[in-house]
Structures are given as structure tokens and as C-alpha cells.
Design a protein around this ligand. Sequence first.
Ligand SMILES: NC(=O)c1ccc[n+]([C@@H]2O[C@H](COP(=O)([O-])OP(=O)(O)OC[C@H]3O[C@@H](n4cnc5c(N)ncnc54)[C@H](OP(=O)(O)O)[C@@H]3O)[C@@H](O)[C@H]2O)c1
Length: 302
Amino acid sequence: MGSLTAPKIAILGLGAVGQMLLYRLKATGAEPLALPRYQNSLPEQLHFIDRCDEGHEYAPIAALPEQLDALIVCTKAHQVVEAITPYWDSLRPDCVIVLCHNGLGPHLELQPKLAPNQSLLLATTSRGALRHDKYRVEQTGTGAQDIGLWCGPALNPELEAKLAQLFEVSEFAPNIEESVWAKLVVNCAINPLTAIHNCRNGELADTRYRETLLSLVSEVSQVAQMQGFNLRFKDCYARVLTVIHLTAENYSSMHQDVHLKRGSEIDAITGYVCRMGAELGVDTPVNQEIWDKVRRLERLGF
Ligand SMILES: NC(=O)c1ccc[n+]([C@@H]2O[C@H](COP(=O)([O-])OP(=O)(O)OC[C@H]3O[C@@H](n4cnc5c(N)ncnc54)[C@H](OP(=O)(O)O)[C@@H]3O)[C@@H](O)[C@H]2O)c1
């Protein structure tokens, strides 16, 4: 990438988060580059409604994969590999891949496919984005975002600065996997329980959920600690309670996915923790039970 040309960054997965980030690309002065589902064309217009309730119409620009400096994948976790595969051979071997989804797992699937000088980044967002229809997305909440290098060489400073600007962070997270695990603990506690009990996040503050929440958080923080992440049970549990209170009126994404009979991200959230626990010799019986229950619900519905 020449220093006189702005980095070319594109979005793959034009859902709620993908369109929110695509608009942000445009707002930071970059071209709103996107890759469509393979062989489909991009829509002529997208509509983004910001936090001030202001609407913005704009035209996405089709990206050429071979010209990209970075590709941000904004599908759900279980869609990542399928979404990126048709483009993989056209991307430059030094094109930076950024995965922006809840849960973990796809990074391990992509790692062996990376070229020797290719970097893989993880990113998280806690900003709410709502898809009113296919091409109209509203940002419904504010919240922390994070991005950082998971593997591969450090990025050139210009690209790193642009990605930091896009995610509105002052610098890359020094240990992004730990940051993702901090979010994973919250997702493991709140998302499956709201799906199983068909309730809003706030209902989990009721004392009858206390014991299950304590067990879920304790198991996840033990698996995280076995991997060397500094996630103490007490802090994790406090964070879960805070999110329950701050998002009391919300239905979690997993509740909605199960309710609408779409595939949920349970395998990348609870499932990932159980698989890691098994590898590391940490028992996760309560998470295992919850994983089984949500998978059953996905098949049978409420
Ligand atoms: N929405 C939020 O408020 C929010 C907040 C924090 C984190 N997250 C996380 O962010 C991730 C994305 O969530 P989301 O709400 O944006 O989901 P979403 O609205 O369902 O968006 C996913 C997008 O990926 C596209 N896609 C699926 N398979 C594809 C493929 N093979 N090729 C190309 N595109 C493909 C979908 O296409 P179609 O349009 O054709 O279905 C859809 O546009 C999830 O992990 C979610 O948990 C979401």
C-alpha cells in the first residue's frame, strides 16, 4: 500500500452491524466499499439512521477484492467461513482480515489458511444496530468497541490508524482475545438464558436465576483463566449484573434468533467455551446443559 493512497477497507456481510460500519467508513472520509454475497450485486442505496435520529442515504461501492488492504467480516459467527470462501483466492496475500462477530471459533478455522504475512484481527462492538429492512439500519445504542491484532505481523501505521478510527478507539487492544473473552462471559450468561426462558435481559435479575448465572460465569471464567486471560470470577459476575441492568428492556440477539427460528450463535458462544474447556480439562457441566437446551430449542422452537 503506497503511503499516498488511502487504505482500501471493505465490509463483507451487510446486515445490521455491517451497514453501521459501512456508514462509519463513509463518515470517516473513506469510500464505502463492500463485497456482496458472491455474484449478487450491491443495492443502489443504503439508509442509515444515526443516534440523533437523522437519516443518511448513500450508495455503497463494489470493492475489488484484489485491491483491498483490509476486509471486515460482519456476518454472524457461523456464516463467516462460508461468506469469505468465495473471495479467499482473489484477496491479496497481505490483505488484513478483521472478524467482527459475537463468540469465537472462526478465527481458528481461518488461521491455517492465512498467508505467511497475513494478519487476522478480532473486533467487538456493543453498539446496538437494528435492521428495519434489508437496506435500512438504525443505530439503537452506544457502547464500547474494541479491535486488535490476533495473529500475523503488525499492521502498517496508516492502516492501523484508519481501523482504530473506524472502531472509534484510541489504540488497538493489546490483548484482543482477552477482550473478546470478557464479552463472551456476558454472552454466555445472558443470551442462552433469555432464549430458554423466553424473557427480556432484565428478568435475569430475579433471584431464581442467581445460582445458574453464578455457575455459568464461574465455568467460563475458569476456562478463560486456564488460557492465561486475566478474567477474575468476581469482576466477570459484576459485569454480567451490570449488563443485565443496563439492557433490562432488551431481548438478546439469541432470544430473537431462536424466536424467529434463525440459526443462533450458541455454538460460537457457549459451544466454544465447552469445546475449549474439554481441551483444557476444565469441566463445564452447566454450560453444556445450556448448550444442549438451546440447540433443542433451535430445532423445536418455544
Ligand atoms: N446487531 C447488533 O446490535 C449487534 C451488536 C453487537 C454485536 N453483534 C454481532 O455482530 C454480528 C453481526 O450481527 P448482525 O446483527 O449484523 O447480523 P445480521 O443483521 O444477520 O447480518 C449478517 C449479515 O451477513 C450476511 N451474510 C450471511 N451469510 C453470508 C454469505 N455467505 N455471504 C455474504 N453475506 C452473508 C447476511 O446476509 P442477508 O442480508 O442476505 O441475510 C446479513 O446481511 C453477530 O455476531 C452479532 O452477534 C450484533
